[in-house]
Design a binder for this molecule. Structure first.
Ligand SMILES: [Zn+2]
Length: 494
């Protein structure tokens, strides 16, 4: 019944929703052609490739990422953007170093018992050596927080924790500084490459917390060697309670990491639409998204990243198509940038900001589209749940008032043609996407973001859950904003 009702609603609303939202004004003729070329259908075609099986979640440095980059470059070529990357290509190579656990040199020892890395245990890649008493925890480790000595300085073997998002324990548990958290798991997984973040070292001398997995067999063997056979049984009250078993046995672990550099770096994808005014065209509006996502997890599941940030990347492609097909070109230039390495710490955009192809003093603004295709389900700052149905036509403007009020007011004015309801309660994420690399250099920015949802950074962030009208309308809003910012007589002031 419910499904039928929903279907009926979609059918009734579909024609109205494919255009701008209710009550919005038509756009002037000189913008109409490009504006009308932006459709939910086109965004869906692009996103279905980027967030489909072919690209395997677009993890930076993988074949899937390169396929996504090739696809975007091919569209830029199709639209006639100028290849302004390395050696007149659409790629700017970003140096990229990655690391993973050296299984031969890494190990865990408790008393006389040895556990083999890659078979019995697997660690996250971080050079480290740890030592501490072993504690077995079953159930919810957070339930032990009142007695923080249970956790401090210990090697935790955790089974069946609730909230099992990272390593099976919550941030609360990790804060109480056990030296290691090994989550009991069916399979320990293979060693996995991660970005070394340009070789940056850890900031403090405080010992790094080791995280990883231990197979159930190995955990049982470990418990037996400590003489605590029932240590891995769940607490009688169930998984929301915790049971800690402290065998007073010390263990030590050693993790050694192997590093390598990607031979030719990993590309940002870049293309330019030259402005029509000979004098003003050296100035430019930058439009950006991040092309990368998390890729395949240790458990083999693909993180498709349809919203994060397939949505912004499909918008970037639709935007390039609109601005190149409009007929009338703006006076200033428009630079399109799809960044690599955002998920690994804004690697691609930071590289661009430090090695800009065109001087950043000529950058009028950067308009970032990252996660623009869903209806918000909760707010990150207060964790208050909202319902997606209430947020079908809402989105966030983040950081738009921080550097240039004129840019903010321009977005507001252009929205008269779209009809979004803007929210401003996500300023906490101001540092969390590529625009921030430009903001740090004083470039005015606006970060378009439709909000968090339960599929954020999970394999379930898939194309079928996307609101394509929202991607399309955000693209239209950025189209109008980019065009006017690039075309106005006087450059936007800071
Ligand atoms: Zn993102």
């Amino acid at each position: 019944m419910r499904a039928y009702l929903a279907l009926l609603l979609v059918v009734l609303l579909a024609p109205a929703l494919t255009a701008q939202y209710q009550g919005s004004k038509p756009v002037p003729d000189y913008l109409k052609k490009g504006f009308d070329s932006i459709t939910p259908e086109y965004c869906e075609i692009v996103l279905s490739y980027l967030a489909g099986e072919e690209c395997q979640g677009r993890r930076t440095g993988t074949e899937g990422y390169q396929k996504a980059a090739d696809y975007v470059a091919a569209r830029f070529k199709e639209f006639g953007l100028k290849p302004v990357g390395d050696e007149k290509t659409y790629f700017q190579a970003v140096p990229f170093q990655r690391s993973r656990v050296d299984v031969k040199k890494s190990k865990l020892t408790v008393g006389g018992a040895k556990f083999v890395c890659g078979e019995d245990v697997m660690f996250n890649p971080a050079d480290s050596a740890v030592e501490g008493s072993v504690v077995f925890v079953t159930g919810d480790a957070d339930a032990l927080l009142e007695d923080s000595k249970v956790l401090l300085g210990k090697i935790l073997i955790v089974r069946g924790a609730t909230g099992a998002r990272s390593g099976g324990t919550t941030r609360q548990t990790r804060k109480h500084r056990p030296v290691a958290i090994l989550t009991v798991s069916d399979a320990v997984g293979k060693p996995r490459w991660v970005s070394s973040r340009g070789g940056r070292r850890r900031r403090s001398n405080r010992a790094q917390q080791v995280r990883g997995t231990i197979s159930l067999d190995a955990a049982k063997r470990l418990a037996a060697s400590c003489g605590v056979k029932n240590a891995l049984d769940m607490p009688a009250e169930g998984a929301t309670h915790a049971k800690a078993t402290r065998p007073k046995r010390r263990g030590s672990g050693k993790i050694v990491v192997a590093r390598e550099s990607a031979a030719n770096g990993v590309p940002n994808v870049v293309g330019l639409l030259e402005g029509s005014d000979a004098r003003l065209k050296r100035e430019m509006v930058i439009c950006g998204s991040h092309l990368d996502h998390l890729g395949v997890g240790t458990n083999g599941q693909v993180n498709y990243g349809a919203d994060d940030d397939g949505s912004g990347s499909s918008a970037l492609v639709a935007l390039a198509r609109a601005l190149t097909s409009n007929g009338k070109r703006p006076r200033r230039s428009i630079l399109f940038l799809a960044f690599c390495g955002e998920e690994m710490g804004l690697v691609g955009s930071r590289y661009y900001a430090n090695n800009p192809i065109f001087p950043l003093k000529d950058a009028v603004c950067e308009l970032q589209m990252d996660m623009i295709g869903r209806n918000e389900e909760f707010c990150s700052s207060n964790r208050v749940e909202e319902t997606g149905e209430d947020n079908v036509t809402t989105t966030h403007l983040i950081g738009s008032k921080k550097i240039s009020m004129e840019l903010h007011e321009l977005v507001i004015a252009m929205n008269e043609h779209i009809g979004f309801t803007f929210e401003y309660d996500e300023e906490d994420v101001y540092r969390r996407s590529d625009h921030y690399s430009f903001a740090e250099k004083g470039v005015p920015i606006c970060f378009f973001f439709s909000g968090f949802h339960k599929d954020y950074h999970r394999p379930t962030d898939t194309v079928d859950k996307i609101n394509f009208d929202k991607i399309s309308n955000t693209t239209k809003l950025v189209y109008l904003t980019a065009f006017e910012a690039a075309n106005r007589k006087k450059r936007l002031s800071k």
